[in-house]
Design a protein around this ligand. Structure first.
Ligand SMILES: [Fe+2]
Length: 245
């Protein structure tokens, strides 16, 4: 099964409005043209689909994802407006495919840039992992780890300690994918790979304490191949593909 993870398209109601000196609609179109070559089985969009939470931005994004002709799901990021988003397309909490479970979490907090899973969702996550032992891939907008960018850590995932306590009680979570930081990152936490994806729109400069944008840096998407091998072990391979601007 081939999944493509996309993130942070930051579209606005007015397609002419630029996001951090970048034409977000053009970036999305060129990204999806490249994604289409792979004919993925599933596209997962990990938040900040919209920059202004407008219906028009969600409708344009949804039409673009739909045109790929494959199943696709999205989840909110801090810039999104979940109620408006779900009027265009519902949020799905879990997808089962090819022996895997893909868990899609919502970290949105009204009026804040940081994220939180919240008690109810953490209870559901624990129940899901306790009740289904198939290999799991978790996707959420905010990274549940510290990153090498001080300002970004201030708007990270509030309740990540509880998240990792839950994951520590199970051994079938194979990887965690996120967006939000607008650049590629990979680390291990409690033995679980945590990976971010570049933004569709403008990239943030990693590894520096203050905020900086590189409007010329290419955006990208993550390709994730999931399977179960002949000995019934889960197999995950992944790489990021960059799309020149
Ligand atoms: Fe973003």
């Amino acid at each position: 099964m081939l999944i493509v993870q996309l993130s942070d398209s930051h579209l606005s109601a007015d397609p002419a409005r630029r996001y951090r000196d970048v034409d977000a609609d053009t970036r999305l179109a060129s990204m999806l043209a490249r994604v289409a070559r792979y004919q993925p089985d599933l596209v997962v969009v990990s938040g900040d689909v919209s920059d202004d939470g407008s219906t028009a931005s969600y409708q344009r994004a949804a039409a673009s994802f739909e045109a790929l002709g494959c199943p696709w799901v999205w989840m909110p990021g801090n810039h999104d407006h979940p109620a408006t988003m779900t009027e265009v397309r519902a949020l799905e909490p879990v997808i089962h495919s090819n022996g895997w479970q893909i868990l899609l979490l919502n970290t949105w907090i009204e009026g804040e840039e940081g994220g939180r899973l919240g008690e109810a969702q953490l209870v559901r996550l624990e129940a899901q992992l306790a009740g289904d032992e198939s290999p799991a891939l978790i996707v959420l907008h905010h990274p549940p780890v510290s990153v090498d960018t001080a300002w970004m850590n201030e708007i990270g995932l509030e309740d990540r300690e509880t998240f990792w306590k839950i994951l520590g009680r199970y051994d079938h979570v194979q990887a965690v994918l996120c967006g939000h930081i607008h650049h590629e990152m990979t680390c291990l936490h409690q033995g679980v790979p945590v990976m971010s994806v570049p933004a569709i729109a403008a990239q943030f400069v990693p590894d520096r304490p203050d905020f900086a944008v590189d409007a010329c840096a290419p955006g990208g998407f993550r390709l994730i191949r999931l399977s179960i091998d002949d000995t019934q072990r889960p197999r995950l391979s992944t790489r990021v593909e960059y799309v020149p601007v």
